[in-house]
Design a protein around this ligand. Sequence first.
Ligand code: SF4
Length: 72
Amino acid sequence: MTDTPIKKVWIEEGCISCKLCEDIAPQVFEVPDDEDCFIKPDAAVHFQPLDEDIVQAADDCPVEVILVERDD
Ligand code: SF4
């Protein structure tokens, strides 16, 4: 069974600004110097084509603050 499309991606508190997620998917994640990561405003158009990269970023985030929600 394949996963359903990603509906939402967000960052919980605790980001350490390591920029790993931005390196993996710069179309979705932006990490200003020494500030918390945020999801770019137009990121949703990239959720489907970058699905694997977003999941990898969430899996690899050292403090596990990237959360992904899929359609039911
Ligand atoms: S990978 Fe995690 S800790 Fe690193 S910048 Fe992204 S959200 Fe922050």
